[in-house]
Write a protein that binds this ligand. Sequence first.
Ligand SMILES: NC(=O)c1ccc[n+]([C@@H]2O[C@H](COP(=O)([O-])OP(=O)(O)OC[C@H]3O[C@@H](n4cnc5c(N)ncnc54)[C@H](OP(=O)(O)O)[C@@H]3O)[C@@H](O)[C@H]2O)c1
Length: 226
Amino acid sequence: MNRPYTIMLVAVSLDGKIAPERKPGQPNPVGPSLIAPDIMERHNSQRGSVDGIMVGLNCILLDDSRLTLRDAQGKNPTRIVLDGLAEMPAGARVLNDDAPTIVGVTADAPQDRVDAFKSKGANIIVCGRGKFVDLSPLVSELAHRWGIRRLLVEGGGTVHRSMIAANLYDEIHLIICPFIIGGARSITPVERSAFWPDETIPWVQLDKVEKLGDYLYVVYKPKVKT
Ligand SMILES: NC(=O)c1ccc[n+]([C@@H]2O[C@H](COP(=O)([O-])OP(=O)(O)OC[C@H]3O[C@@H](n4cnc5c(N)ncnc54)[C@H](OP(=O)(O)O)[C@@H]3O)[C@@H](O)[C@H]2O)c1
């Protein structure tokens, strides 16, 4: 196994947004404030089925996510934050001792910031240079050194783009919600530059569709080339 079996999970408004543009501390309406409790439970139950949950820095800065199980019984998965330059505040809730935390940084992260994470009990993986952590060696280390066999990637859009570009995923779970967010500057499930025309457009194939009241739970897998 070179990397964990990887599920990317995202809740999306009918118009394809995962969050409106907002300031830190303002809650994301594409979450518990709008999404029906039974659907949130379904979303959160995925956390109970994996060894690790990974997010990008902006999810921590904006949402201060704890990335722990909600209501469900069981062991919290290991939390992984991609934070190339170690910019996360040392008081972030993801660094509490509810579960082990790994911070992925690059060789350019300032040592005093990395030491601040370590003093909170976090483990550090160093991969690549600059702002973006090099994901292939990171996920390989998660599998081989940290025993992460199943990984849930919970966004945001920038991390999803990197995972798709590096072809490091096995399933995309999309919860399509019956409300409309709008906004040209809202965040979408895949952010940054378009794949076309410089990169090959990734194709996926439909695996499952479930109707949950007015919501759809849709699972896609990377398209197998024939
Ligand atoms: N509806 C949903 O299901 C859902 C789920 C999750 C998140 N969200 C929302 O999504 C938004 C956050 O998404 P986002 O696209 O702004 O940011 P993001 O994907 O959470 O974080 C991106 C940041 O992570 C860091 N990073 C380090 N290595 C990386 C790599 N290899 N690839 C990508 N990023 C890397 C970079 O920080 P630096 O550039 O600073 O180094 C990058 O800017 C929030 O509003 C959150 O609420 C919604």
